[in-house]
Write a protein that binds this ligand. Structure first.
Ligand SMILES: [Zn+2]
Length: 148
């Protein structure tokens, strides 16, 4: 059988003859990504599924009340990341709700820039204030001073 490309990892794989329209190879990471895609689509398109998931999540949260508190304590960098991204989501929602929709022009095109082996001072999230763009993760580094 002819090999096809996995849409998640990009590697070639031999599809199963029993599964038509196969898009993912059998690697666990690709299968997880495929399931997450399916679930995301199902949450958007199926109100009954979405309602049952919400009920199920509420029951789980009631049974595990300290889970997120413990998770944030054990993963402080993820807690910060989520706080920043939630700020962005809140702004987008606020902008969508507001009657006076001000379209801000894109004033800068930003590409990822590569650095040499500089000493990393930390990792930060930049939240856009004047340009319309998503939050940007940046690494702040110390550039060594070179004396001639
Ligand atoms: Zn794959």
């Amino acid at each position: 059988m002819e090999k096809i490309l996995c849409v998640y990892c990009g590697d070639l794989f031999e599809p199963s003859p029993r599964h038509k329209n196969q898009t993912a190879c059998k690697r666990p990471a690709c299968q997880r990504a495929k399931k997450a895609d399916w679930q995301r689509h199902k949450m958007k398109s199926d109100p009954a599924y979405r309602a049952s998931q919400q009920i199920s999540q509420k029951q789980w949260a009631a049974a595990n009340p300290d889970y997120w508190k413990k998770y944030r304590k054990e993963n402080p960098e993820k807690a910060v990341r989520n706080r920043v991204l939630q700020t962005v989501r809140n702004r987008k929602a606020r902008a969508k709700r507001s009657d006076t929709k001000i379209k801000l022009p894109l004033i800068a095109k930003m590409d990822a820039s590569k650095s040499d082996n500089f000493h990393a001072l930390g990792q930060f999230w930049m939240i856009p204030v004047i340009a319309k763009m998503d939050a940007l993760k940046v690494n702040i580094v110390r550039i060594p001073i070179r004396y001639p």
